[in-house]
Design a protein around this ligand. Sequence first.
Ligand code: ADE
Length: 227
Amino acid sequence: MPRVKTKLVSWEEIVDWSMHLADIIIRDNYRPDLLVAVSRGGFVPARLLCDFLGVENLMSIQSQHWTEAAKAEERAILKFPYNIDASGLRILVVDDIVDTGETLALARNYIRDHWRPLEAKTAALQWISPVAKFKPDYYYIEVKEWIWFQYPWTRLEDTYQFIKRMLTETYKETGKTEWTYEEIVGGFREWYGIDVGDEYYKRALKVLVEKGIITYSENTKKYKIVV
Ligand code: ADE
């Protein structure tokens, strides 16, 4: 059993899920004039929805997460709050996944209150129903048990963060500092239950070396966690 439940999502699945999500929106007779992608996760689904819904207008709004001092909980804020006049427009705010629900709710509320559209509805490819405080108007997949979805647009970022976590926690548990490439790839498969392929492992290790989290020795051909 992997330590972190993870599902590798393919580009083909993203296209398929976006098509089905578009069908649900069409069946409900909602005809948005403008799509707003919640950056960054909503970009690809929103672009695909533009195609499948025949919508030309696409904008974005970026959310950011803050961990307030002395608070374990993360709070979402808008990174570049800006205003447009959306009077008379039907808006669809799009994200990849509704997990806690804070991001999409915040973006929708901001748009509704400041842009003054005719209507502002929300859509996401996936909705994690047991943890989300917010249910999007439209979703394709209801996720009943929390897992990490490894989307194709965050593959490198997720890979280096996953490797970093595996190395750091293994060091804390066992004191191990040195890893061969093969050990890292094998460990990754065990920890996360997925395989992202050599190109991603190599690029992720390069990022971790550049960030000063690990070093690489040409002599021993081993990666070493900087402690
Ligand atoms: N972003 C927020 N929650 C997520 C999850 N469970 N999987 C992938 N991306 C996410």
